[in-house]
Design a protein around this ligand. Structure first.
Ligand code: C5P
Length: 237
């Protein structure tokens, strides 16, 4: 894979003009655009499709509901032609299986490539204490591993994980299971609110397939230059 293809840029804004300007600046310099709840909820599916154009779309809506509803949401989201979409692994086996099946069937019906269906294990904003408060005993890391195994068993394509989980999940889930990793900071950027960070090259060298990068690119004075710099670092320059 061309190293720059591993970079997915998180466009976290409700504002159409700002989003368009960011997408224009990184076009052709990165592997894809990640759109989450903020832009989607403000602007809707038509705007997402128009914004992303020919670029790859990671639709980060993290579905979590009863299986029938998630399957419907996955089918509806295929009209935006995402290359990657995601659900919460804690929605359970039936929900994940329904999501994977819906993606497969709807992609065939629309004659579009089947997106990678990815699961979020444990949100990195939750620590061990938060998990206990919602009735989940044991360390977050054990829950991450358990949910990644369940995700793989349900036939999904991979998980979103933090940098510190890459090595363990790569070893546990094998080479074909996709690991999509936020919390990435080049050495020349500020950490912001991300705590467990890793550089792009480190993350890829230990097994990340895709790295999700937001502010180091979107808040840079020159987002195109920042994207190029990260791509060059990934290519070993
Ligand atoms: O600006 P920054 O590089 O921190 O943005 C990272 C992107 O990845 C944001 O869209 C954020 O919502 C998302 N994300 C994250 N940590 C997770 C999961 C998703 O930062 N554990």
């Amino acid at each position: 894979m061309d190293p720059k293809e591993r970079i997915l840029v998180g466009i976290d804004t409700p504002d159409l003009t700002r989003a368009e300007s960011l997408v224009r600046s990184v076009a052709g310099r990165v592997g894809g655009i990640k759109i989450g709840k903020e832009f989607f909820t403000a602007q809707g599916p038509e705007a997402v499709r128009k914004l992303v154009g020919d670029d790859s779309l990671f639709l980060d809506l993290k579905f979590h509901d009863i299986p029938n509803t998630v399957a419907g949401a996955v089918r509806s989201s295929l009209r935006m032609k995402p290359q990657i979409l995601n659900v919460h692994a804690s929605g359970g086996r039936a929900m994940m299986t329904a999501a994977a099946q819906a993606a497969q069937e709807e992609a065939a019906a629309l004659a579009v490539p089947k997106p990678l269906v990815i699961a979020v294990t444990v949100l990195t904003s939750l620590d061990d204490e938060d998990l206990v408060a919602v009735g989940q005993q044991g360390p977050a890391s054990a829950q991450v591993e358990r949910l990644a195994a369940l995700t793989q068993d349900c036939g999904l394509d991979g998980v979103v994980c933090s940098p510190r989980e890459i090595a363990v999940l790569r070893a546990a889930c094998g080479p074909d299971f996709k690991l999509i990793v936020p919390g990435i900071r080049p050495t020349w950027s500020v950490a912001g609110d991300q705590k467990r960070i890793m550089t792009p090259s480190e993350a890829v060298s230990i097994g990340a397939d895709y790295i999700v990068i937001g502010r180091p690119i979107t808040s840079a004075e020159d987002p195109a230059e920042a994207a190029d710099r990260i791509a060059m670092e990934l290519a070993g320059h």
